[in-house]
Design a protein around this ligand. Structure first.
Ligand SMILES: [Zn+2]
Length: 452
């Protein structure tokens, strides 16, 4: 009897322990990436995790409470030479959540979100710490941009080349078989070589979309190019396929109607997955405006992208083999700028051991950069010098005197056809979301971007 009594509580305890264990999420690893305006902290966790985040002052700290979580081993050493993080500590109270404290050198605006498994990673908790000072700098630069291009263009404007090194930070891109070369490192090296060539050419200016080992979302990449009023956008990559033998460079442009071949479609799917691997929050959805912008001027931009791509492909053929003789097309998210000719260059196959070796050499990186540069120059010499006005500004500005007064029998379709504009653009600038079109209503007519 006595022994039974002793057994009973032990059994209950065991049951509880097992239940708790089944729900506990383990925190396995931690990485820190530094971007120019923010620091990203990524925790690898074993499953979906509930967490709370709050900010403390004097000194500045970010506290993350992870519910039903435990630390697997100890936190890895974190690079504290950066501008923000002093140290990362953890505390595991007897009861309650696992607490992680990030000690900061300065105030930061924190944002956190969970990511589902993608690429080489399982579940992740991402904490973005935005510098407060850097954000002020950013607003200054956008004000500069707003006032610098004059409405009339009496003097030739600098031609701006936006150079996008593919992948970065959380997203390594493809990895070579022989030397484990990471695509993100090769693309950054080539991008910097290209930027140097552009920068030393009179009348040209380079903008590096990323200039370090951090991730930039595909949408932010082309939005930065638009903000900087780039004349061309070039995204640099290195391809990988299961076969070790595939070789050569290829150049791609956007297609909205579908891919030009199966390989292009597969490649676009792979490159578009970057956002999942690189850690883009699912809250960052495309909005309505973005869709209208795409419809407005894309046809012409895609034609220009194809001819930019041909110029680059012609030059690439002079330094090495090409994989495809023509510019291929597919739905690459990074090329969706509505008004900047944009191409994606797969410089070589990192999955081919001999091309991987070449991609690692700075001499070959420079050669690739030089040929892309000559291609861009050829294109710009031919292309009329335009100062792209952001479509968003055009829609709201007073440069649109055209007006239509609704008459009996008018429909949105007939009005759109009359002025040769897109029906979505008409809806958008007039805030018309239902079919009701009262006689006498004054409609603003957007500038026609679709032809020419
Ligand atoms: Zn890539």
């Amino acid at each position: 009897m006595k022994s039974f009594r002793r057994l009973l509580p032990a059994a209950c305890l065991l049951f509880i322990t097992v239940t708790v264990f089944a729900e506990t999420v383990s925190v396995n690893n931690l990485r820190v990436w530094r971007a120019p305006d923010h620091t990203r902290v990524v925790f690898d966790v074993s499953g979906p995790l509930e967490h709370r985040l709050f900010t403390l002052e004097n000194p500045h700290r970010i506290v993350v409470d992870m519910l039903d979580a435990r630390l697997q081993g100890s936190l890895p050493e974190v690079e504290t030479g950066g501008p923000l993080i002093t140290s990362v500590r953890s505390g595991m109270p007897e009861e309650g959540p696992l607490r992680i404290v990030l000690d900061l050198k300065a105030e930061a605006r924190a944002r956190s979100f969970m990511l589902k498994p993608a690429g080489p990673y399982g579940h992740r908790l991402v904490i973005d710490l935005h510098d407060i000072k850097a954000n002020q700098d950013d607003s200054t630069s956008s004000r500069d941009i707003a006032i610098s291009p004059p409405p009339a263009r009496p003097v030739p404007r600098e031609r701006i080349v936006a150079i996008d090194a593919g992948h970065g930070g959380e997203d390594p891109g493809a990895v070579g078989r022989r030397y484990r070369t990471r695509e993100k490192d090769v693309t950054l090296a080539i991008a910097r070589d290209l930027a140097k060539l552009v920068a030393k050419t009179p009348g040209m200016r380079a903008v590096l979309i990323r200039n370090g080992d951090y991730y930039v979302s595909l949408r932010q990449r082309y939005e930065k190019a638009r903000r900087m009023r780039a004349d061309v956008f070039i995204s640099i990559h290195a391809d990988a396929v299961p076969s070790r033998r595939a070789y050569g460079s290829s150049v791609y442009a956007l297609s909205e109607k579908g891919a030009s071949n199966a390989m292009a479609r597969q490649l676009a799917d792979k490159e578009n997955a970057s956002d999942l691997i690189g850690g883009v929050s699912l809250n960052d959805k495309d909005d309505m405006l973005a869709q209208v912008l795409l419809d407005l001027s894309h046809n012409r931009t895609i034609q220009d992208s194809l001819s930019l791509g041909e110029d680059i492909l012609t030059e690439l053929q002079r330094v090495g083999p090409v994989h495809l003789r023509n510019v291929a097309q597919a739905g690459f998210a990074v090329l969706k700028s509505p008004d900047i000719p944009s191409v994606l260059v797969e410089t070589a196959f990192i999955s081919n051991p001999s091309e991987e070796k070449k991609l690692r050499s700075s001499a070959y990186q420079e050669k690739l950069a030089a040929s892309m540069f000559r291609g861009i120059q050829r294109f710009l010499k031919r292309a009329p010098q335009t100062s792209p006005v952001p479509v968003q500004a055009a829609i709201s500005s007073s440069e649109l005197p055209r007006e239509h007064v609704v008459r009996k029998g008018d429909t949105l379709v007939s009005i759109a056809r009359k002025y040769d504009i897109h029906i979505d653009a008409l809806r958008f600038i007039n805030n018309l979301w239902d079919a009701d079109l009262p006689v006498g209503l004054r409609l603003r007519i957007p500038a026609n971007q679709g032809d020419g």
